[in-house]
Write a protein that binds this ligand. Sequence first.
Ligand SMILES: Nc1ncnc2c1ncn2[C@@H]1O[C@H](COP(=O)(O)OP(=O)(O)OP(=O)(O)O)[C@@H](O)[C@H]1O
Ligand SMILES: [Mg+2]
Length: 250
Amino acid sequence: MVQVETVHKTFRGKKRKKTEVLKGISFTAEPGSIFGLLGPNGAGKTTTLRIIATLLKADQGRAYVNGMDVTKESRKVRNSIGFLTSDMKLTGNLSPRELVTFFGRLNKLDQSTINQRLTTLSEYLDMGDFLDKPVEKLSTGMCQKASIAVALIHDPQIIIFDEPTNGLDILAAKTVVDFLMDYRKQGKTVIVSTHIMTEAEKLCDRIGIILNGELVTEGTQDELKARYAQQTLEDVFFHLAAAKGVTQNA
Ligand SMILES: Nc1ncnc2c1ncn2[C@@H]1O[C@H](COP(=O)(O)OP(=O)(O)OP(=O)(O)O)[C@@H](O)[C@H]1O
Ligand SMILES: [Mg+2]
């Protein structure tokens, strides 16, 4: 389970100008379900996920991963999450097998456990053809699958994926979406961010819509449609964006 409680974050830009990019975000993601953070560019999705993943500190508020405070027990939190973000691109001449092995060893896994998990992940993600090719020679989709395998080699309970299908073709995107739905079935807590409405509709049990650093609403798709008397999730999104005066992407 992941609990985010009134998290605030301010960045200082040029001339020490302050911008509050998270203005008190709260939500809970339960085991065996997929929580989606849906919002336009610059809304604060990545910042929120980085705080949960212990890569960034909140200025105010708290976040808990399986009851552990992300700032006080950051090492344990890191061991129990698999974090995927576009900030971390795999490059160089190591192969997916070598990279996964390296990260597996960092997580203190023995070689047979690494091999076993890599076989499972590779079957799920259809990686057999490129497991031993240098990542610099792989397509975007192949690299993303390799990054997913690296993020999940320690078999974490909590999965936090920032725009996991960004830049992927529909086949690769479907593999990733099906994979996440299967992980949900295994009882994992999954959080994804996306700005793709159809993906959120297909994938997410609960959705939080984030606009300008505020989580303006949260609930199941049916709850959101009923709450704002709208036919589709897209309609809910445009309704809220108009109400908040968000007319274009940042
Ligand atoms: N390290 C940083 N320093 C200063 N400003 C930052 C930093 N990281 C993010 N921001 C700003 O915070 C705001 C929220 O950024 P964030 O990356 O969380 O948005 P996002 O919802 O993930 O957007 P996108 O869909 O483009 O990935 C943006 O205005 C961004 O420019
Ligand atoms: Mg982002």
